[in-house]
Design a protein around this ligand. Sequence first.
Ligand code: ADP
Ligand code: MG
Length: 340
Amino acid sequence: SPPTQRRAIRELPDELISQIAAGEVVERPASVVRELVDNALDAGASQINVKLMAGGVRAIVVEDDGLGIPVEELPLALKRHATSKIRSLEELESVATMGFRGEALAAIASVAEMAIATRCEGAPHANRLDARSGELSPAARSRGTSVEVRELFFSTPARRKFLKTDATELAHCLEAVRRHALARPDVGFAIWHEGKLVEQWRAAGAEQRLKDVLGEEFFAASRAVFSEAGPLRVFGRAGLPEAARSRSDMQYVYVNGRYVRDKLIAHGIRSAYEDVLHGNRQPSYVLFIEIAPDRVDVNVHPTKIEVRFRDGREIHQRVRYAVQGALAISRSAEEAAAAP
Ligand code: ADP
Ligand code: MG
């Protein structure tokens, strides 16, 4: 029924503001994993360990060997809009780190129990901050940071109900790490679930990492993509038609090292396959696009999975040609091999 009496406008309490904002950032355990791994990479980690319980719903621990957080800044790390990554609009426009909003840790802390243990080079010991109680205590660990997140959505049962089975949440968490791992072959990743090691990718070259993460089979059934012109570089691997799948679950696109899902790019790639893939067959690919930072806006959405290009049509065309080139080379090579 329509309201008969209006309610007065009030400012929301800070905690509620954070919880509402958190909804944008934290949808499920995989979103937490993603943000924490982003942070580990931004801190220069060379090894990142992800430990999960019950698909990440019970617990997510992400450990890195990065630069750590000085103890005096630890409380700030949990504050909204507090970041070490940008200071000005100019820096936002050329941002090279994965994070820059200063929202993730605050968001996670508002929908889960969280603690951070961290140590910088030269610090006499590590420190651990419990987000809920604000209690700071000495801890034991070498240089780097461990973030523990427990009981996701414990205080918001309505949101918790939207979580799927542990197996499904685990699969999303693994996919989140896989996306990072493909882009950062120079970093080692290991994932445990319920105390058991489920994935381990050692630091390697780009080609080896691709094989490790997506399988030798994909690698053998794909071709190198490379195209460079002006400020735009497109490279990676495009699956041959025989590597096509019924689902679009092996499609990875990165813009300046950031995993994105972009309709324009996906369409550009898809159109490169128009003569060789039919029906609902989905191409497999891993494509890295590098472009001058002033030609792309990564600041579109809090989960940063969307980007906006200054010249979308050019990107579309270049991606299409790059992939077509890779597929055409493979076709003529096969024809040559088939010739008597
Ligand atoms: P953002 O990544 O956008 O800056 P976050 O909320 O994710 O925001 O993190 C806040 C700040 O905490 C970061 O800017 C960084 O200085 C620090 N931080 C978070 N995680 C780590 C980490 N694993 N290692 C070192 N510093 C970290
Ligand atoms: Mg971050």
